[in-house]
Design a protein around this ligand. Structure first.
Ligand code: GCU
Length: 326
């Protein structure tokens, strides 16, 4: 064959190849957790479901372990559209969507049923969509259980045990206020840097749910886990509105469905993971205690009073959540 023709044919083939490829939308999804964590598996499930629904036309590539940035950085990358999706703690979203800070109010939720009622109802939808004005669209919540203190040197039995302790908190004003109200010294540290911060004594304590305490291996450094369950801060799956708007209505529907299905799947994984984590950390020598919650609850009454006095929007949201019943 004429070499010139061969070249043209090869070029055409390459171009068709590119055209094929460019029809496939690839969405990058970054998060801060390790791959053994149930939220990672739920995101992989979301990606599979979306690929199936779209017959391979939309692919989500999941990047764990802060590979694309800390939760705060990821949120900012979504806002400019350079990362398409993420899963962050609602606490990390506080600075971007003020209403979301309601999840940081300690002892607001009565139990799991109450939390689910709120998240799956009108308030949950409102909060997910409240991020849109900040170029972030919340697709669904993932269960992130209840957060409790873990410490290096002594258990936290009462708020007095927090005195003098540097307690790592998320980058959240509400979490800072909570630890301060309870008597500890709050120190914000990004999740991915926390193991070293604990090891090197930059902080003496932290707080999290059992799967994160276990999968992050913080239990290797912190041998006391005091289950006071002060907050129930859910995780939020977000898509950049820039990416969302580039999808046609059918694709948006697929993405929403895939996210909703992944939330159902994650809830199942979560329950198993909590049990496994509690078992494993104790096997590794962690002493688990169940302090009375009343003293902790009393200490944070000042947070409720302050919100009541200074933030009518949040106060109203708290009231609506308290009044949510089955
Ligand atoms: C939870 C949450 C994470 C978050 C972490 C933290 O584990 O699921 O998204 O990074 O808390 O304390 O920072």
């Amino acid at each position: 064959m004429n070499p010139k023709l061969t070249l043209i044919l090869l070029l055409l083939l390459a171009l068709t190849g590119c055209k094929e490829d460019s029809r496939v939308k690839i969405i990058k999804m970054g998060h801060a957790q390790v791959t053994a964590h149930p939220v990672h598996n739920a995101m992989v499930f979301l990606a599979q479901r979306l690929e199936e629904k779209s017959k391979g036309r939309i692919k989500v590539k999941v990047y764990p372990n802060q590979q694309l940035g800390t939760e705060r950085e990821l949120i900012e990358l979504l806002q400019i559209g350079s990362v398409g999706m993420t899963k962050v703690s609602a606490a990390s979203l506080e600075a971007f969507s003020p209403e979301i800070s309601v999840f940081g109010i300690p002892f607001l939720f009565r139990d799991d049923a109450h939390t689910n009622q709120v998240l799956n109802g009108e308030i949950g939808t409102e909060l997910l969509l409240s991020c849109q004005k900040f170029w972030l669209r919340g697709l669904c919540f993932y269960d992130a259980g209840k957060r409790s203190f873990y410490t290096k040197n002594k258990p936290v039995e009462t708020p007095a045990d927090l005195a003098g302790l540097k307690v790592r908190v998320q980058e959240s004003k509400m979490a800072i206020n909570m630890v301060r109200a309870m008597g500890g010294s709050p120190t914000p540290v990004a999740y991915g840097e926390l193991y070293t911060a604990l090891q090197q004594g930059i902080v003496d304590a932290a707080e999290n749910n059992p799967p994160s305490f276990y999968n992050s291996r913080h239990y290797e450094v912190c041998k006391y886990y005091s289950i006071d369950e002060h907050t129930m801060v859910p995780d939020v799956v977000l898509v950049s509105t820039k990416v969302w708007e580039e999808l046609n209505p059918q694709e948006q529907e697929w993405l929403q469905e895939a996210a909703d299905e992944s939330a159902v799947y994650q809830a199942q994984l979560w329950k198993e993971s909590v049990e496994e984590s509690m078992r494993e950390v104790q096997k590794a020598g962690v002493i688990v205690s169940y302090p009375s919650k009343d003293a902790f609850r009393e200490q944070v009454q000042s947070i409720y009073d302050q919100v009541e006095a200074e933030n009518p929007v949040l106060a109203r949201l708290i009231e609506r959540i308290q009044n949510t019943r089955e």
